[in-house]
Design a protein around this ligand. Structure first.
Ligand SMILES: [Fe+2]
Length: 371
């Protein structure tokens, strides 16, 4: 691996970063065909977005069916259901407007739309031969960074594991980053998704596979999120919402090119087992991971991140957790299926990218810190 540029780059074809960009959605989507499926979350109906988009689509001559997903992370069965629905409707494109789970579902369904096998085949590493249909991403949280990545994190319901389906063709053909969409997000959603984006940028920055290219996106994400998360939560000014949205997007670009680290290796089995928000698990593992990786990441990387957040990084993380009242939901709870959690963390591709080679003792240390 070259230290400057990754072997392959994964970037969405067109990115529109614009306050009020939602108004351009119908026009931007029309070039992919007249018929599509819009996958969205439950809040989409409450805040009037659905009505506005449906109206704009109608005026532009587009047919769109709306598909609301309720909660939790997407499953393999859900991908099949969306594809089946789309094939009956003879759609040309799939648009995801929502948080990471909505985008991951829309992305996988669009990417596997013409696939000959069931989604599980590709989740287990099968090669994808057929190109899907265009996927358009409009994030309403900041965020998972899913709009920037070729990955979909999907739950395998029988095996009870979260695994990625990943393909370069999964990348969004268009991304609309409209900071107005973050307005009115519930505090916990904005807080945990913002922390997830920050942790992703941190793990990317110190990853074994980091390059100059990924480090620059990761560092800018760290700077933007640490600066704008608290003000965005408190006052929701345009400048802070825009900074947060860009930070999350940059975090997605960074980790798509470097992979993540042990926090994400551990967060996946814990998230499935305890049904706790992914960003909350990432937040509480942040400080223990810094301590664990301090030597392996090197003084220089630590100093650069501290400079980006304007103070000692570890101190900043502690300070923010206190201000945002982020506490471990696991404290005082029994540690269930410890062996399974450890085994899955150790075999995760994210863990393999961690700068310190992770041992069983290291995972036990992280578990002790959060339980
Ligand atoms: Fe994450």
């Amino acid at each position: 691996m070259h230290p400057i540029f990754p072997q392959e780059t994964f970037l969405p074809a067109k990115i529109l970063f614009k306050k009020g960009g939602l108004s351009d959605l119908a026009k931007e989507t029309a070039e992919f065909g007249a018929r599509g499926l819009v996958i969205h979350g439950a809040s989409f109906e409450k805040n009037g977005f659905k009505e506005k988009i449906a109206d704009d689509f109608k005026k532009t001559g587009l047919f769109a069916e709306f598909f609301c997903r309720t909660q939790g992370e997407p499953t393999l069965g859900e991908i099949s259901a969306v594809i089946e629905k789309g094939r009956v409707l003879k759609i040309d494109w799939i648009l995801g407007i929502g948080g990471g789970s909505v985008l991951d579902l829309a992305k996988a369904a669009a990417g596997l739309f013409h696939a000959k096998e069931k989604p599980v085949f590709y989740q287990e590493g099968g090669a994808l031969g057929e190109r899907g249909i265009p996927f358009i991403a409009v994030p309403t949280t900041a965020g998972s960074g899913s709009e920037a990545s070729p990955n979909s994190v999907i739950i395998h319901p029988e095996k009870k594991v979260k695994l990625s389906i990943r393909h370069q063709d999964f990348l969004a053909r268009k991304v609309i980053l409209d900071p107005d969409l973050l307005k009115g997000l519930p505090f916990a959603v904005m807080c945990y998704s913002g922390m997830d984006a920050w942790v992703q940028a941190y793990e990317s920055f110190i990853s074994k596979h980091a390059t100059w290219f990924s480090e620059n996106f990761a560092l800018k994400a760290i700077q933007l999120i640490s600066r704008h998360l608290t003000p965005a939560l408190n006052a929701g000014r345009d400048e802070d919402l825009g900074g947060l949205m860009l930070g999350s997007f940059f975090s997605g670009i960074a980790f798509s090119h470097s992979r993540l680290g042990v926090i994400h290796g551990l967060a996946h089995p814990l998230g499935v087992l305890y049904n706790v928000p992914h960003g909350l698990i990432c937040s509480i593992c942040f400080a223990p991971s810094i301590k664990l990786n301090l030597e392996a990441m090197g003084n220089q990387k630590y100093a650069i991140m501290s400079q980006a957040v304007g103070m000692d990084l570890l101190q900043k993380v502690h300070e923010l957790q206190k201000t945002l009242k982020i506490i471990s939901p696991f404290k005082g709870k029994p540690l269930l299926e410890k062996e399974k959690i450890i085994a899955e963390t150790l075999k995760s591709g994210s863990t393999a990218a961690n700068p310190k080679p992770i041992t069983r003792d290291d995972v036990e240390y992280l578990l002790r810190e959060i339980f």
